[in-house]
Design a protein around this ligand. Structure first.
Ligand code: HEC
Length: 126
């Protein structure tokens, strides 16, 4: 690779990664408004005793229910254009800072989350 090609490639990598918000960035810009301070009794980042029973619900169920909204927790964290993947990565970040050890959601997990969201939106209890 020439020097110029190398610079072009490096620039593309930087531009590409800034266009895709990471879980931490989404947490900081969306979720932290409430979850950094425990606003309205939201489980606070790092409060492992509050997060433990939520984490125990599992990644698919907790992500789907949070995305749809639970009591004072607004759907999509109050950001209407937040994708399932974006929400999931932000939650993954919060969970792993609060005593959990979840993996970045992959295609299979995202599909299961989508299915659970549909069930939840239909009002099926389980
Ligand atoms: C406007 C404030 C607010 C914002 C913004 C917010 N949350 Fe919440 N969240 C809450 C509150 C309040 C609760 C507690 C709900 C309850 O149990 O009554 C909560 C609960 C949750 C829960 C637990 C749901 C359950 O099943 O009990 C998850 C998961 C969650 N939030 C994820 C997120 C994520 C991820 C984001 C950012 C994308 C986010 N929240 C942004 C207020 C907020």
């Amino acid at each position: 690779m020439s020097f110029v090609q190398c610079i072009v490639a490096a620039t593309l990598v930087v531009v590409g990664s800034s266009a895709m918000a990471s879980g931490e960035e989404t947490y900081q810009t969306v979720c932290a408004n409430c979850h950094s301070k425990g606003v309205a009794n939201s489980p606070q980042l790092g409060d492992s005793s509050k997060w433990a029973p939520l984490i125990a619900e599992g990644q698919v169920v907790l992500t789907a229910h949070g995305y749809v909204g639970v009591r004072a927790m607004p759907p999509k964290g109050g950001k209407p254009d937040l994708t399932v993947q974006g929400f999931s990565e932000a939650l993954n970040y919060m969970v792993n800072k609060s005593g959990g050890n979840w993996k970045t959601p992959n295609g299979k997990i995202l599909k299961d989350i989508e299915a659970e969201i549909t069930r939840r939106q239909k009002g099926e209890k389980h």
